[in-house]
Ligand binder design. Structure first.
Ligand code: ADP
Ligand code: ZN
Length: 605
């Protein structure tokens, strides 16, 4: 392929320190350099930023990057400056001094990338000034914010196009990690004046382990999981503010460095906790979903959902914060009946149109299906994004951690209970009937007399609820009434009931998860491909990295990525020149950190 100028490959190496492009980057960059409108849908961590950063270095003129989050902007600008790239930002958190510096650089023509918040961009005065400075291209990050369809709608995004026109900018390029078809259409219509060239990159994140477990004893389950992730950075998502604090406290008591993060904390504390997570190695943050958008930390080694996420998109985004450096990372999602009931109730209580409510219920149903899946998780996940894939071999189902059995007879009992009670009741009522419990409402409806009453008395309640959830997940049951969570039979459910089809079900409770070894970042264990000596050196390099990061007040990964340290430990370069061949070491980083790390390598540890 490669119709990119050779300079592009040279810059990739000398500025960013990378040997090759990641899948998808080359074609997007090629299209950006062609000058036309471009929309690239690429999953989190696939390396979208390079797709606008590299073109900004290759041609003359200024690239404006519209970005919704100030934290994200600061982070990117900081990283670019550390790479020796002329970058700056204009947003409400700037000091007057910072803003002055940006304008001087603009006038001097030394600025390649200017990050602006959408609110700022909407200001008339600013548009005029930027038009005079000359803007070659506008890159819009998190482009889905323009669509009401997505979760993160930002009205200011609707004004970007006016601003682009006012500034007389010739090219608009847009990037997002979440876009189903409707959102994509919305983005194309609202951000561009003509149809963009669209790239949709695979949503597969092969380096992520996918694992789900019914919530049984959550603390025990999380404890078992964390055992194989000692001293690694990770995120534990919880459903409420209160739970994040309890979780962090419990982790701390269990000897795991951790902090809480949620929108209800005072701003100072919140920022301090976020900084610790970003800058120190091996901190676990217990957080609500308020945490993460714009967190650019590449070496997060695991994401746990202690409570069920809100939707498949949310799940995908949240697990996507792990393993952005491409190294193995683990995920675990706990789901329970209470979680499901809670989410359904939240949707029912929202002040939204009935259409919207239906969409949200259907969306949630897809997540339930993923949690209860009895076939490859990755296949189910990718099918949500209209992608087909072979069985992945590295999710809990593929690894055989979940035991399945021929559940046809159990399924028939449950389906029969649904059918004979009139196809309108929810899981807890159906369970009463199956177990033969004469609750008030069962008696009121006369359902203690039907044939199915009590046929499941040999099984505990949680198993029946599990079976009903699985039938729903497998599409054998459909929702009868969205608000009340009642079920009716689908065509597939009828076929199972009539004995025309069989079904595999999961045994509850499943075997305790056997977390796969995700090796990087542990103090004691060897990172992938490193022997004992290399591991010692790797740990010494980590200490040096932390020391330098502290001195400069930046995150550890701003200094060097884990992968850089692993390669340094393995390759043991003997000179600065040899060092320049290592992953992630470009000219600027070599100058800045080369000596310090070389010393560690040479001292041999
Ligand atoms: P996102 O698509 O989520 O915006 P980023 O642009 O932040 O992803 O990139 C994710 C990580 O991948 C970053 O740490 C980045 O430096 C790294 N990366 C991007 N492109 C490459 C590449 N060609 N080779 C190696 N690492 C890369
Ligand atoms: Zn799989």
């Amino acid at each position: 392929m490669s119709a990119l100028p050779s300079q592009a490959y040279a810059l990739l190496k000398t500025v960013f320190g990378y040997d090759s492009f990641r899948p998808g980057q080359e074609e997007v960059i090629e299209s950006v350099l062609d000058g036309g409108p471009v929309l690239a849908v690429m999953p989190t961590g696939s390396g979208k930023s390079i797709c606008y950063q590299l073109p900004a270095l290759l041609d003359d003129g200024l690239t404006i990057v519209v970005s919704p989050l100030i934290a994200l902007m600061r982070d990117q600008v900081q990283q670019l400056i550390s790479l020796g790239v002329g970058a700056g930002s204009l947003n409400s958190s700037n000091t007057p001094h910072e803003t002055d510096a940006v304008w001087s650089a603009l006038k001097a023509g030394t600025l390649r990338l200017l990050f602006i918040s959408p609110e700022r961009l909407a200001m008339d005065g600013l548009q005029g000034a930027l038009a005079r400075a000359g803007v070659k291209r506008v890159a819009i990050d998190e482009a889905h914010c323009v669509s009401e369809w997505g979760h993160d709608f930002r009205p200011e995004y609707r004004q970007i196009r006016t601003a682009v026109e006012a500034m007389g900018v010739g090219q608009v390029i847009a990037f997002t990690a979440t876009a189903d078809r409707n959102t994509r259409r919305d983005i194309a219509e609202r951000l561009f004046d003509r149809s963009p060239t669209v790239f949709v990159h695979s949503f597969d994140r092969p380096n992520l382990d996918l694992r789900f477990a019914p919530k049984d004893q959550p603390r025990k389950q999380i404890e078992a999981f964390l055992k194989s992730h000692r001293e690694q950075s990770g995120i534990i998502y919880c459903a409420s503010r209160d739970r994040t604090e309890k979780m962090a406290e419990w982790l701390q008591q269990s000897g795991i460095e951790s902090v809480a993060y949620h929108a209800g904390m005072d701003a100072g504390q919140r920022a301090r906790n976020q900084d610790r997570f970003l800058q120190e190695d091996g901190i676990v943050v217990a957080a609500t979903i308020a945490f993460g958008m714009g967190i650019n930390k590449p070496d997060v080694r695991f994401v746990v959902h202690a409570d069920m996420p809100g939707s498949v998109e949310a799940y995908y985004q949240e697990i996507g914060r792990a393993g952005r450096d491409g190294l193995p990372a683990a995920t675990l999602t706990l789901f329970g009946v209470e979680d499901m009931a809670l989410r359904r109730r939240q949707i029912a209580e929202k002040q939204i149109s009935e259409d919207r409510r239906r969409i949200e219920h259907a969306r949630f149903g897809r997540l339930a299906m993923l949690c209860e899946a009895a076939s490859c998780r990755r296949q189910v996940l990718l099918s949500y994004f209209d992608e087909q894939a072979p069985a992945c071999g590295r999710c809990d189902i593929c690894r055989g951690e979940v035991s399945l059995y021929d559940g046809t007879v159990d399924a028939q009992k449950a389906l029969s209970a649904v059918y004979r009670t009139g196809q309108r009741f929810g899981a807890s009522y159906l369970t009463d009937v199956l177990m033969g419990i004469e609750s008030d409402s069962v008696v009121r409806n006369g359902h203690q007399t039907i044939k199915t009453f009590g046929v499941g008395a040999d099984r505990p309640r949680n198993e029946w609820t599990g079976i009903i959830r699985q039938l729903f997940a497998a599409d054998a049951l459909e929702t009868a009434s969205e608000e009340h969570g009642g079920f009716k039979l689908s065509a597939k459910g009828e076929a199972i009931l009539l004995g025309q089809e069989s079904i595999q079900l999961r045994k509850d409770p499943p075997k305790a998860p056997k977390p796969a070894r995700s090796k990087v970042g542990k103090g004691q264990d060897a990172p992938e491909g490193l022997d004992e000596d290399d591991t010692k050196l790797f740990n010494a390099l980590r200490r040096k990295r932390l020391e330098l990061a502290r001195e400069e007040g930046v995150a550890a990964y701003v200094v060097f990525a884990d992968r850089t340290l692993i390669e340094l430990a393995r390759e043991r370069p003997l000179s600065l020149r040899e060092m320049a061949g290592i992953y992630g070491i470009g000219t600027a980083k070599l100058e800045r950190y080369g000596e310090a790390f070389l010393e560690v390598v040479l001292s041999g540890e």
